[in-house]
Design a protein around this ligand. Sequence first.
Ligand code: UDX
Length: 451
Amino acid sequence: MSVTTPQRPRLTILGTGYLGATHAISMAELGYEVMGFDVDEAKIAKLADGQVPFHEPGLDEMLRRNLATGRLTFSTDYAEVAAFGDVHFICVGTPQKQGSLAADMRYVESAVLGLAPHLTRRSLVVGKSTVPVGTAEWVEQLLQDHVAPGIEVEVAWNPEFLREGFAVEDTLRPDRLVFGVKSDWAREMLDITYKGVFELASSEDREVPVVVTDFATAELVKVSANSYLATKISFINAMAEVCDAAGADVTQLARAIGYDVRIGNKFLRAGVGFGGGCLPKDIRAFQARAQELGVGDALTFLSEVDKINTRRREHVLELTREFAEGQLDGAKVTVLGATFKPNSDDVRDSPALAVARMLHDENAVVSVYDPEGTDNARRELPDVQYAVSISDAVAGADVVLVLTEWEEFRHADPVVLAKLVSHANVVDGRNCLDAARWRAAGWNYRGLGRP
Ligand code: UDX
């Protein structure tokens, strides 16, 4: 190890959204001194006060525990961050640009430009945000242009693969680490930065595989992984369309093909499709970047993946219309679920909320219930009613839609609910209910891709 490599680097995390806050808190949990940074003062004040600004199981207690040790601090001051850290993680958002498929890179740019002039010692800037391939080179150039002369600053790319709802687990126990680096020093810095992760793994008799590679490959790993996952979901949803037409059952089909280890049984749940802050925008930004690189044809299938996914939402709308005897105008529709998946309060690109919006646009009387996502949903879609419980939500309903597979919905008692609705019609948009049980309780049950 070279002489300039600190034994235990101090870490800063720029951007404290889902990714950054989880990374900051988890690294402090592993014993590192960590400073989280955000330009959003309210968010930083909340975190410093021991409140995670979003719902992620286990994270609140971990935040409080690490604030108490003093290992974890928060700041809105770039100078303070630069003075504190040896390794600076860029964890800011890269949302879809308005009016384009491409990613909006302004937050990455502003984080780098905010930090660069304050750096006064050798440090490593590590990109974690999901970005178009070529970004690491661009960040390297930005740093060269804005760091004071004589200060050595290097870049590395280290994509994250955390899933909301399992974010802590995925951060502490990643299934792999990817290091996109240009020098041995950057590699060594990442090795000691993740020493805590490696040590935890060996104490549990596991190993964390590390793929050390170049910038471009590291950047592409993330978008190709998400593209693969999105494709897998759209594949099974395409099969659901065919199953519907042929009178077959996609859940049985998925089970049967999933036993083939080459296919595997994960990410084969047919339903209303994928949403969230990652998969939809990542497959779009990837297509935009491929076009720029002159290989747009290689990714035209992702446009099909996106279309299959959008059709799922329309299909749920049509099933609802059928149940409402062709007349959505004035029909009372309950939407159970607002978040894009359970155990999260995230409603970004949520299929559930998209369907609620489409129903509202057709003048249905929409009542939405979600165990955690109501506040965020209300901000996105203020014009529908929000209920405080399942029974409140379904009271007087003509059609009930289950669009996020929260445990609370899976285990709801169909006999009790049948007594509260006007018409016992249910669309199981996640194929998560026990169809036989609901039918036995008198419900007209429709799954997706199931007879
Ligand atoms: C995803 C990737 O899994 C993660 O590795 C990456 O870092 C970020 O993007 P996340 O957005 O948290 O994570 O959600 P994920 O669990 O992948 O689910 C995405 C969407 O696909 C959800 O809306 C989910 O309901 C849907 N989905 C998932 C299906 O419709 N069917 C499935 O079989 C699996």
